[in-house]
Design a protein around this ligand. Structure first.
Ligand SMILES: Cc1cc2nc3c(=O)[nH]c(=O)nc-3n(C[C@H](O)[C@H](O)[C@H](O)COP(=O)(O)OP(=O)(O)OC[C@H]3O[C@@H](n4cnc5c(N)ncnc54)[C@H](O)[C@@H]3O)c2cc1C
Length: 418
């Protein structure tokens, strides 16, 4: 009988487990996870913090999940050794498990702040449910002001939650625009203006130098003479795949754990999926880590199938991000700035910005010849499905297909003018 081990109980791990059970209901299936929680949605933690949903709504499966699928879930266990020769995994506390097939779905961790004061108790990152509960506790204790360090997706989602809880929020961003991984300057400015109207303060091109306070956070110093008073700091300075130490066990490591198109690593019987895995990027045409929930679930499912002897091919990942703040939506897929292109050919962009009253719609398409390589939509995002589909096609569009997208642009403009 086979023994499947899945390390990680989040997006990739969960979808792998369910897929394994679809193909093999008999074999032993063991899930090892560092956290104490059953599978939950990280993406929803900011909505919990905002007070939009209770913590119980974060859980992804019912309480009888493990029993129903006949699996053993070991909580609070941190794997720190993998021995591909003996086919064993080992945890920090010395326990060992033998596997026939292993999935590494250990995800990523938040980058910590390394400035003075960065370890004070009210300085948080937001990655886990434990982080969310701890931040929530500080909010319940009456925090009034918050500083969010970083201008990325998780920073802004956190800032949004804190605003909804009534805090004064200042977002400190080292670069010259917010959401620089996701948007171009024009679209980022639109989101920023909208957030400002909703009470956010922004400081761009500003570095947090020191977090002040003896035992508790008092402020964030941004110049030798300027300090922002605050009770709470959330740090959103990106994430790193949990690959530390894996190269010692002979794994091929790049930005993440390298896998082939079956999501197998360079060791036999070991697969990887999710935020830890470096996969083929459909648009950028290179291996990279595209750390999003949909990429993780798809990879988990395909890895699970292949662990059961299927021969599914993972077509590749896509960078795809969307946000919605106070009724304004933005979405981007693939390459969003001409200068980020990674290939030859005729690169070009088309931009449309329409503002009527206080409503703005922005659309930008990035073309490599006749191939659609990326887009940004702000406001009306109804075309995102069609455009994402065209990007996935990855081939030159016929004139008819191209004019269909162009016609939609016309329709978009007409729609706003009405
Ligand atoms: C606040 C927030 C908001 C987000 N919003 C979005 C969004 O709107 N859209 C989107 O697409 N993505 C979003 N993401 C990203 C998304 O959550 C991740 O891409 C996704 O969770 C990746 O899933 P994963 O299974 O690869 O890894 P993770 O979710 O990181 O899970 C890793 C798992 O491995 C376990 N683990 C880690 N190390 C060990 C170890 N040494 N031993 C044993 N177990 C271990 C962990 O306990 C966990 O179960 C958001 C993330 C955050 C934090």
């Amino acid at each position: 009988m086979m023994t499947y081990i899945v390390v990680g109980n989040s997006a990739a791990g969960l979808f792998a487990i369910e897929e394994i059970r679809r193909h093999d209901t008999e074999s032993e299936l063991i899930v090892l996870t560092a956290e104490q929680e059953p599978s939950y949605s990280r993406c929803l933690t900011t909505y919990f913090l905002a007070g939009d949903i209770p913590a119980s709504h974060l859980y992804l499966r019912n309480a009888d999940f493990a029993e129903r699928l006949n699996l053993k879930i070991v909580y609070g266990v941190k794997v720190n050794r993998i021995d591909p020769t003996r086919q064993m995994v080992r945890s920090i506390d010395g326990r060992e498990w033998h596997y026939s097939k292993l999935l590494i779905a250990m995800g990523a961790s938040a980058n910590k702040l390394t400035i003075p004061g960065g370890t004070l108790p009210e300085v948080f990152t937001l990655r886990t449910m434990g982080d969310a509960l701890a931040i929530n506790k500080t909010l319940d204790q009456g925090a009034k002001k918050a500083v969010v360090i970083g201008g990325g997706l998780i920073s802004l989602k956190s800032a949004y939650a804190l605003r909804k809880r009534g805090l004064e929020v200042t977002v400190v961003v080292s670069s010259g625009q917010i959401l620089s991984q996701m948007l171009d300057e024009k679209s980022a400015d639109m989101i920023q203006a909208h957030l400002r109207v909703n009470g956010f303060k922004f400081l761009l091109q500003t570095e947090a130098m020191t977090i002040t306070g003896e035992d508790h956070v008092q402020g964030v110093q941004i110049t030798p003479k300027t300090e922002l008073a605050t009770n709470l700091v959330i740090v959103g300075k990106g994430v790193h795949p949990n690959i530390r130490g894996l190269s010692d066990f002979g794994f091929n490591i790049g930005q993440g754990l390298q896998v082939d198109s079956s999501l197998a690593t360079n060791h036999p019987n070991i697969y990887a999926a999710g935020d830890i895995a470096e996969t083929w990027d459909l648009v950028r045409q290179k291996f990279t880590v595209n750390a999003t929930w949909p990429n993780a679930t798809t990879q988990g499912r395909i890895a699970g199938a292949n662990m059961c002897g299927r021969q599914e091919v993972y077509p590749g990942s896509l960078s795809l991000n969307s946000v919605d703040f106070f009724g304004l939506s933005a979405m981007s897929v693939g390459i969003t700035k001409l200068q980020d292109n990674n290939g030859t050919g005729d690169w070009d962009q088309e931009e449309d910005l329409k503002t009527v009253g206080n409503m703005s719609n922005y659309r930008k398409l990035i073309w490599q010849g006749d191939i659609l390589r990326g887009f940004i939509l702000v406001g009306d995002t109804s075309q995102c499905g069609v455009l994402t589909g065209l990007i996935k096609v990855g081939r030159p569009l016929t004139q008819a297909q191209k004019s269909l997208t162009l016609a939609k642009r016309g329709a978009l403009a007409v729609g706003i003018m009405k």
